[in-house]
Design a protein around this ligand. Structure first.
Ligand code: NAD
Length: 503
């Protein structure tokens, strides 16, 4: 199975991909299938010298790419989107194989790439600047948006294809080139994805627009964040990583777009339609085995319905099919690796020692390996459970209670992260309070839908320790361009602003 997927994506015989059996002798990094633990293939890593060559090629490509008219850049991205359509099935399967997402989610991820490519094509004719009235006679003042440079993209393992596309498709129409450093937990998806884009761009006369570097954080990641040739580093991953990367980039006055960890809550008001709320919570809490930045980790339920909601969730959890992510009907696959399983077990143990009660799950799954049971934990009557302040990247849902909506909103906001949030309510008043200046402090706030599964049309990102960056839709493209304010004097007199006379 894995051989046919690699073959369909042109990875068999690819210069960076070696057979698993030859990985050790060729000094390659071995990639494992989280479902079985078996090695899939090896990938060769970059050295300082090859990293340097890729960035140099990206700088060179930027020199010409920036002057290609934006709508023509859009045509290149359109052709790339078409190519992703052709490879959707195989690439979606590779995502499942490499990171354990179920087939539907693997396909959904590639669909996001196709969608953002479409979005970027439209955007290529809409990189608008404003014209402002000048206070001086016979002057015109306006702003324009110009390409920024080669962009460094660092991506997390759990969106091995789409995060890169959110960045690189927008960057491409903005006139930037991209150098992508993927997670070493998902390098095969990265090689396949980058190859698709690079082949199209090269065939259309633009080699070097899509660069890829792979290596350890010490050898490649840290070199990249400190590299002054990359004016913007867009980094997706844990808040731990963002804290390091943000400081290194700030030190050289680079720009940083940080998309970091989340600790997302759903509030269930007593007026909520539970036929909407329960399936939405289940999808958001256990989808991708709890390994989404937008996974629902905290449930804040009105005290009058908490027993009913918990019982319904428990029943729903009992029907979830866990297993091979590529098998029909599977809803939850494995965690990414043994470390993730240990973190899951540690968090459950900690929750119990802090007074939490396991409603369901809490153990490794009988399938063994990296499979765990989706878990619900009721917090004690004190409504405090310190472990729930942390983002454990696993399917653990902590259930809190509230009396007044203001209290629920304070609990929603009472963690260090600020990515996604949701309220289920039929009360217009409570919904609007949740969205008001005194409401959710997160970058994403939803009413009657869950915390995960954002559309590409909106700006995606969050506040506080989530990093403050915005990617994907709306006007996120502005992060990939430099703004220039221009004033043109078409008169015959030199007039100074603020009426200053200098004579
Ligand atoms: P991670 O922080 O371990 O790694 C993310 C990326 O950062 C990897 O490519 C890694 O190699 C790189 N990296 C780590 N240290 C670095 C350094 N010092 N210099 C340069 N690069 C470095 O995260 P992960 O385990 O791959 O992914 C899970 C995390 O990502 C979770 O916290 C999740 O919430 C977050 N995430 C956030 C978003 C978002 O959009 N907000 C999306 C996906 C994942």
């Amino acid at each position: 199975m894995s051989d046919s997927i690699l073959k369909a994506l042109g990875l068999e015989g690819h210069p960076r991909v070696v057979k698993a059996s030859e990985a050790a002798s060729r000094g390659a990094h071995l990639v494992h299938n989280p479902t079985t633990g078996a090695p899939i293939a090896g990938v060769t890593l970059d050295t300082a010298a090859s990293y340097d060559a890729t960035v140099a090629a990206s700088v060179k490509a930027f020199d010409s790419w920036r002057s290609v008219p934006a709508p023509q850049r859009g045509l290149v991205v359109r052709a790339i989107g078409e190519e992703f359509r052709k490879h959707k099935d195989a690439l979606g399967a590779l995502v499942s194989l490499e990171v354990g997402k179920i087939r539907q989610e693997g396909l959904g991820e590639v669909q996001e790439t196709i969608d953002i490519a479409d979005f970027a094509v439209g955007l290529s004719r809409q990189l608008y600047g404003l014209t402002m009235p000048s206070e001086r006679p016979n002057h015109r003042m306006f702003e324009q948006w110009l390409p920024l440079g080669p962009i460094g993209v660092i991506s997390a393992f759990n969106f091995p294809n789409a995060v890169w596309a959110w960045n690189s498709m927008l960057a491409a129409v903005c006139g930037d080139t991209t150098v992508w450093k993927p997670s070493l937990l998902a390098p095969l998806t990265a090689i396949a994805s980058n190859q698709i884009a690079d082949k199209v761009a090269t065939a259309l006369g633009h080699p070097g627009v899509f660069g890829l570097v792979m290596g350890t954080d010490a050898e490649v990641g840290e070199r990249m964040t400190a590299d002054p040739r990359l004016p913007l580093i867009s980094a997706t991953g844990s808040s731990r990583m963002g804290r390091i990367v943000g400081q290194v980039v700030a030190k050289r006055f680079g720009r940083c777009l940080l998309e970091l960890g989340g600790n997302n809550a759903v509030i269930v008001d007593k007026s909520a339609d539970l036929s909407l709320a329960i399936p939405a919570i289940v999808f958001a809490a256990v989808g991708t085995a709890g390994q989404r930045c937008t996974t629902t980790r905290r449930l804040i339920v009105h005290e009058s319905i908490v027993d009913d909601v918990t019982a319904r969730l428990k029943r729903a959890y009992e029907t979830i099919r866990i297993g091979d992510p590529l098998a029909d009907g599977t809803l939850v696959g494995p965690l990414i690796n043994d470390r993730a399983v240990e973190a899951f077990e540690r968090a459950v143990k900690e929750a119990k020692s802090q007074g939490g009660t396991v409603v369901c799950g809490g153990e490794r799954h009988f399938l063994g390996g990296r499979f765990v049971q989706p878990t619900i934990i009721r917090v004690p009557a004190s409504n405090r459970l310190p472990i729930s302040d942390e983002e454990t990247f696993a399917p653990i849902l902590y259930v809190f209670t509230f009396k007044e909506v203001a209290e629920a909103v304070a609990m929603n906001n009472g963690v260090a992260q600020g990515l996604s949030s949701a309220i289920f309510t039929d009360s217009v008043r409570n919904a609007e309070r949740f969205l008001s200046p005194a409401g959710s402090d997160c970058g994403i706030a939803n009413v009657n839908i869950g915390t995960s599964g954002a559309e590409i049309g909106g700006a995606f990102g969050g506040e506080k320790e989530t990093g403050g960056g915005r990617e994907s839709g709306s006007d996120s493209w502005k992060a990939y361009m430099r703004r220039q304010t221009c004033t043109v004097n078409y008169g015959a007199q030199l007039t100074l602003a603020q009426g200053i006379r200098f004579e």
